[in-house]
Design a protein around this ligand. Sequence first.
Ligand SMILES: C[S@@+](CC[C@H](N)C(=O)[O-])C[C@H]1O[C@@H](n2cnc3c(N)ncnc32)[C@H](O)[C@@H]1O
Length: 346
Amino acid sequence: MDVPCVAVAREAGEAARGALAEADALDDDHEIVVEDGTIYIPVTDADAAADTVAALDGDTEMTTHDLPVRRGVRTPADILGFEPSLERIGDIVVIDEDDPDRAAAIAEAVIDADLPARSVLNRASKIKGELRVREWEVLAVDDAAAADSDHSPTETVHREYGHEFCLDLAAVYFSPRLATERHRVVEQIEADEQVLDMFAGVGPFAIPAASRGADVVAVDLNETAIDYCRENARRNGVADAVTAIAGDVRDVADDYRGWADRLVMNLPHSANEFLETAVALAGEECVIHYYDIQHEDDPFGPGIAAIREAAEPEYEVAVETKHVVRSYAPHELNICLDVRLTTTHG
Ligand SMILES: C[S@@+](CC[C@H](N)C(=O)[O-])C[C@H]1O[C@@H](n2cnc3c(N)ncnc32)[C@H](O)[C@@H]1O
């Protein structure tokens, strides 16, 4: 299961581990893991850990990573006798279990195990509607953890690549599985860019973009998501750089016509319906991160054709990256196209 940790180059690992131990921020329940020259050190208190490693030489990053539980720590699997499939979002553990008896047993084991969890939720519907929100069944709540928390069982604060996102899973879309993909996009952003996130949710693209020095407009139809996006911009110290707008992005386009150096279009089932708006928002040169879900036989073709149809001949269209984000369903892929539009009107 993904847990908060510090990622640091192997050479700097021992210094970071020592500093974290001294700050009492090491998570002793999980193993330290080395992968591709990077050491992932599990931490209990991400804020204290971030402050501690910020004082060290060399690149360190707050992130989450799938780290094994240490021997001697009682896991849900130890209690159940099988390995349940769990996902962690902040201090909420999420499962996807159709059998109510099995769901109840897993939830009880999660609460009784030595791993921190404030509540356990089961998926109670597919992601649905324009707002892309799911229904949840609250299976269990840890009374002691709940007494220390201001949040409802479905609300939490999730940490991703050094940023904090407060969100209510029952009211907004959020998937921690997209963390690596969001990071891939955010790393391309330069200071002073004008970035417009057309489907921003609680801000997991918009806020890190602002942290890189971009001027960001974040739009979402879901007013609750935009309330969280504003709160998250404040939490992460970038409120001045993020303009969060609740509404249909098609209605916002007139105010930002020709404004964007970069557009994020993370509404994969219907992004093609918003390409006319995207072209209206694009500046003379603009990179679009276009998410799509397509059959594995031709995952990129339909998106490229739709972008060309919307943007040419006003823009020259260059496909810079064809990226598979993840498998979405059997034979279906969630993909991202990074596409550069350059005006043809000199
Ligand atoms: C797949 S979610 C992505 C959220 C966010 N980018 C993330 O990574 O967590 C798509 C978002 O688009 C929003 N949305 C749907 N239709 C919209 C529209 N016409 N204008 C603006 N936002 C819209 C939904 O409310 C939802 O929050």
